[in-house]
Design a protein around this ligand. Sequence first.
Ligand code: HEM
Length: 417
Amino acid sequence: MAAPESDSECLFSLEPYHVSEELGFILPDPLEELPPYYQPWMDIALQVPELVHSHKLRLHINQMPLLSSQSLQKHSELRLAHLALSAMTMGYVWQEGENDTVEVLPHNLAVPYWEVSQRLGLPPILTHADAVLANWKKNDPDGPFDMENLELLVSLPGGDNVRGFFMVTLLVELAAVPALRNIPTVINGVRCGDTEAVARALEEISESMQDMTDALKLMHDYVDPSVFYGIMRIYLSGWKDNPSMPKGIVYEGVQEEPMEYSGGSAAQSSLLHCFDELLGVKHEEKSGAFLTRMRNYMPPGHKQLIHDISLQLSLKAFVQHQASQRLNEAFQHCVQKLLALRSYHISVVSRYITVPAARARQLRNQSQESEQDMISRAPTALEERGTGGSGIMSFLKTVRNQTKDTLLPETDKQSNR
Ligand code: HEM
């Protein structure tokens, strides 16, 4: 008789990928302080909004001492250093808006930033892994993981809306943890032909996706679209596919040629990439290329997890082969929940970008810059683009439609009735 496949060494598990059982991709217990030698960085990083407001951030950064990154040892130290240097960099580049950017990041910032980035396997720009995953603390350490008890470590211009934006996104990550935990159950269930286990796990993944959509709804309570569009958004923007910085930026002391990097976006969250690979969502060429590029903005362990999920036996083929009604329904439901999450996200993007962009155009045409000042002075280069540099709506709708194409044929017909 053949040996059973369920040899524990062969079991797929999240352990090798730096994914926490309790927090998923969220960095557990981020450090709040660096060793004292790095105080000059933290002194500036903790005041980015104020220094941008007084137009003094560039001055302070130019005068900052060149510090060696060698005394940073632990992963958590490197993550806080990356977050701090990233916030300083975004403020430095965008302090004067889109019309007075810089071509060079000074060596006292660029050199250690580059070294820390190399050691973490992250790009030298603010990423989702910095601003969301490693940028939180609980006010009451024993209290709940919720909006009232969460605080940012490092902020950007935009007041409390910045906390709202990053913390709501953090809660979406948290809501996805049960789904993540069930991915190995699905993969191992497919390997050993356990239809019931796969169906149960998919049912739990669906529930978790619904919780993600519900968490995303909190955005409306905590983030004002005018502040997001008019103030915050530019500080998340990168120097790739951005008309206001067409050549990228020189990281002085690192390389003489300018380098281009995309800005921060939750397209860099590993969650939907994992679900797409698990469910077999195939992306069209252009949007697929953008999403694949976004994987280079994730911590390497998380990127590896997505890749390894993509190498597994096809779940969809398994579902079709098993011909179990419960399994069929669980799979369909899961794809539908992912579809619903993407549809809801499109409505959020419309409220926070498309609508304010139209209003800004209208106000500019009327040369009416009084009370609507904030919106009408928002960067024009980003009107049609995401901070990651994509042409927003056509991209998001293509991605959503590709998700729909993953539905099994029968229910596809039913859902269209
Ligand atoms: C005000 C809130 C938000 C806005 C305005 C927004 C905007 C955008 C934009 C413009 C894109 C296109 C890619 C780019 O160029 O960056 C995008 C992609 C994406 N966003 Fe958001 N986003 C918001 C919140 C979130 C949250 C909380 C999540 C959940 C983690 C999320 C997940 C994604 C994903 C996964 C993509 C890639 C497209 C996909 O896989 O469907 N977004 N977002």
